[in-house]
Design a binder for this molecule. Structure first.
Ligand code: SAM
Ligand code: SF4
Length: 337
């Protein structure tokens, strides 16, 4: 790796070396905490093209970003998406190219993703009970997702991880089953506190809120959790169990605020660079990419300048409050989870 790569430093001294890019707002699922039942999606020409996403990824990597996470919506539902992974997988400054997926396309895509340079995969799984899984995702087929998880576990990624949103009265009685499933499959699991992003019709977030401390005490009924200082460059705090290689992580935006060590920015499917998940500070990268109608050295220089100046807008942190109506009306599929 070249020593000349600059670092992106915000005005609070945090180094920004991680970008999450949402490559589509569309999805084959309608998870209750993420979308409303009757979601309206953006017109396709409003979304970044794969070439525009590739340009943003390249410029970020030349500015000091070392880790890219591709997310959505459902990223593996996007047409010709393997072209993008092959491009990003070839960027020399990117140490970690990761993806967050609902797993429905993994049975047929896991191996090709591993071969393209994707290093780690996060797969959402909120229940191991078919009926309940269907209720939470509204459209998902559990068997297909389980096949996808097994395909990922066998594909040769550095790490495969489950993402579970813990919800009281919805799945808190099977969190230990999910831990056992992760242990038996040789993968990690991260439990997430739900965030108030976008209106989700008939799902009451205050009623289902389950803190990471509550999840931890459920798991500790069966397993001793040993705190580690391991870090995968994201907001999770990790624990280990003495008799397994699987790790248990917690993402706790409410109970253990992680803003002071935030190292990331997000790019929405429409090309806004968001400086914080829970705030509106942003700069428009699509505008720069489309201004001249074609790629040029001047456009790439301008893109890098807008990104660099945009980092100065990064706020100190978020301010989530589940007792209020969501102040951030963006749904998670637009922002990229
Ligand atoms: N479709 C892919 C998936 O489900 O993994 C990627 C996009 S999804 C928006 C990314 C992650 O965000 C998922 O793990 C999901 O559970 C999480 N998520 C969505 N809405 C959330 C919310 N309101 N609070 C916390 N996590 C949320
Ligand atoms: Fe789709 Fe992922 Fe949102 Fe579920 S969490 S609706 S799978 S984007």
């Amino acid at each position: 790796m070249s020593e000349k790569i600059p670092a992106l430093i915000d005005k609070f001294g945090r180094e920004i070396n991680y970008a999450r890019i949402s490559i589509t707002d569309r999805c084959d699922f309608r998870c209750v905490y993420c979308m409303s039942e009757d979601m309206k999606f953006e017109p396709r020409n409003e979304l970044l093209s794969l070439e525009e996403i590739a340009q943003i990824g390249t410029s970020l990597s030349e500015l000091g970003v070392r880790k890219l996470r591709i997310t959505g919506g459902e990223p593996l539902g996007r047409k010709n998406v393997m072209w993008l992974f092959e491009h990003l997988g070839g960027l020399e400054n990117i140490r970690d190219l990761t993806i967050t997926t609902n797993g429905s396309q993994l049975p047929k895509m896991a191996r090709a993703l591993a071969e393209s340079g994707v290093t780690r995969v996060n797969i959402s799984l909120d229940s191991l009970q078919p009926e309940r899984f269907k209720r939470i995702t509204r459209t998902g087929d559990l068997d297909k997702v389980l096949d996808g998880i097994h395909a990922a576990a066998d594909a040769g990624f550095k790490r495969v991880k489950l993402n579970t949103v813990a919800m009281k009265g919805r799945n808190d009685d099977e969190l230990l089953d999910i831990v056992d499933f992760a242990r038996n499959t040789g993968i990690d699991v991260v439990f997430i506190e739900e965030m108030p992003l976008g209106n989700t019709s008939n799902h009451d977030r205050q009623e289902t809120y389950c803190s990471s401390d509550e999840v931890r005490s459920i798991i500790e009924q069966k397993y001793e959790l040993i705190a580690t200082t391991e870090n995968t460059g994201g907001p999770s705090r990790y624990f280990r169990m003495s008799d397994s290689d699987s790790r248990i992580g917690f993402i706790s935006p409410h109970s253990h605020n992680f803003c002071e060590s935030c190292n990331r920015v997000r790019i929405t499917a429409k090309g806004l660079m968001l400086l914080c998940l829970g705030q509106e500070h942003s700069v428009d990268l699509r505008e720069v990419l489309r201004e001249q109608g074609h790629a040029s050295d001047a456009m790439i220089e301008q893109l890098k300048e807008v990104i660099t100046k945009g980092i100065d807008l990064k706020p100190l942190g978020h301010d989530f409050d589940l007792s209020e109506q969501p102040i951030i009306m963006r749904h998670m599929n637009v922002t990229g989870g």
